[in-house]
Design a binder for this molecule. Sequence first.
Ligand code: BDP
Length: 717
Amino acid sequence: MRILRFILLLLTFAALARADDGYRLWLRYDRIADDALRARYAASISEIVVPENPSPLVASARDELVAGLRGLLGVKVPVVSRATRDGALVLGTPDDPWIYSVVRESDQRAAGVEGYLLRRLAHDGGHRTLIVANRPAGVLYGAFAFLRHLQRQQPLEGLDLLSAPKIERRLLNHWDNLDRTIERGYAGFSLWEWFYLPDIRSPRYRDYARACASLGLNGTVLTNVNANAQILTRPYLEKVAALAEEFRPWGLRVYLTARFSAPMEIGGLKTADPLDPSVAAWWQSKVEEIYELIPDFGGFLVKANSEGQPGPQDYGRTHADGANLLADALAPRNGIVIWRAFVYSPSNTDDRVKQAVTEFAPLDGQFRDNVVVQIKNGPLDFFPREPFSPLFGRMPQTRLAIELQITQEYLGHSTQLAYLPPLWKEALDADTFASGPGTTIARIVDGSVKLQHPSVIAGVANTGTDRNWTGHLLAQSNWYAFGRLAWDHSFTSAQIADEWARLTFGPDEKVVSTLRQLLLGSRETVVNYSMPLGLHHIQAEGHHYGPGPWVADRPRADWTAVYYHRADAHGIGVDRTARGTNALGQYAPEWQRAWGDPQTCPDEFLLWFHRLPWDFRMKSGRILWDELCLRYQQGVDEARAMQRAWHSLRGQIDDERFTHVAQRLARQAQDARDWRDACLLYFQQFSQRPLPAGVEPPAHPLSYYQSIKLRHVPGHN
Ligand code: BDP
């Protein structure tokens, strides 16, 4: 009996060892299996040197190193306040005279406010390793970078890495409501437990902030852009202050969304007119109240006069008037206003993709210095592929931020795999030509084209209460990648995929290379089976999951699919050249030339800019209809290939994570088929052409797909 129990116990332990719910993200710190390497590391890291009474951020760095080294090396590395042994790992800032004496001034300059230097130095016949920075935040980021170095099993010999963020404010935007639902959130409910705050504080607050800090993220907007004014009332601000306190040791500042009509809704005023002195006074005192509670409060994010949100235009004022009102209130406390340019009006019948430029470009130069205009990467929304937003090239006198979406609103939610850096980098690397060639969006945003403080990058978060934080385990890679790109947009998608795979799944080369390929191809796969050749906005209505090219008859034409594909017997696509809506005219002449002619326009933007007959001759030599069909088929083939690739890792990944991903990839392959069949059957009504060879016959008639009504889809109220 006893033996049986013992065996059962052993089996339970074995099962546990094989199970992993993904909670630890990329910060796993599992013991390095290679004994020789572990011993080499252990021999080179003898003690952690931290000044006495360290600042909270340096204390976080110290604790992270202690925990990380204990996990990776299986030893408890002692913490001391002065180096005593060979192999000391020295943390600190140049206030320390010894650190000052060994770090060149040029390095200090290059590290800037938040950067760090990791360096192994010869010292006294042995070695020391430095994790140094000008400020505590840099020490913290350096500690994480050092642990990343060990997690990736890189040699300590010759370690010499100086890294500094290119953008100052690296923010997550949470679209979290106060009732804890999340707009376009697919990983459970909001992490912020408003009812229990400020007294009861979930340990997840710390874990969240720590994960953000590990990537160098330094701010978080807690609330939905479709804002609720309640967040600015005293009881809620006290709750926000509690969160700020939890986040502070990790260098994460809080920001809030501000509802423009708050002075009326919670302040008892008759108006929210930005030019009304009583309104200005209300915001000033509200801002004072916030800073009393949260001295390092970051500022406001505002969605105004967009999709029904209140704003300055309700009073005949401009976006600049509205933004400047809040900016003036925040300026004495060095707070900032992030004003979104995601606008399209219910009364303007012009092409929706043009409207941000129409509304914002004339306001260039009118915003205060502490206002940043935040622009989505594309001119429409967050579709699987869009050309970059032309507004980036149209406001040279305004601070501009880029808003990326980490949550996969139009790319299969947290059910499908879509690794997003290739999408984000298309935008970041896009050349606006605004001040000559090389005026990329990344360089505009990071302030290298024209020095701009503060520089801001934002990612709409994909986190929630799911144990693995992001719903789909592999969607953790998008949170990770956003943070890494926000730090340095010159990292490549492949570099980040490789890094994330190693940290999350360990060093096995087959696992890493399989994952890297899986991630890197996934976004294009989603494009192919959902919206290839420049198609856009043909998703199901409301929840945005799955196909809906037939969507028509909505309260607004620009909320339908037919408005965006315009398929009929003659052809498909929108003419956005000068002969059509001339959205193309908002881009530099270089792009007008390249994209204006369907013969030279790249396939990926073809139907975005052109309306073409079904028998248009493509670069491949095929006619448009056949090409479209084959792209959809390719997407399905690729989705199946992703499934096969994952299955080739069976036995090399713990069962829990393996099964979790396998189930989702199977669903994705099925979803890809549904997309293909629904879209091809729908468009075939107009093209009146057969499916070309190589395209599988649809599984059901069109009416079947049109009758699907998904209910209770996450992320949609
Ligand atoms: C759209 C979303 C909507 C957001 C809006 C925004 O469907 O839920 O509120 O963007 O960014 O993509 O404001």
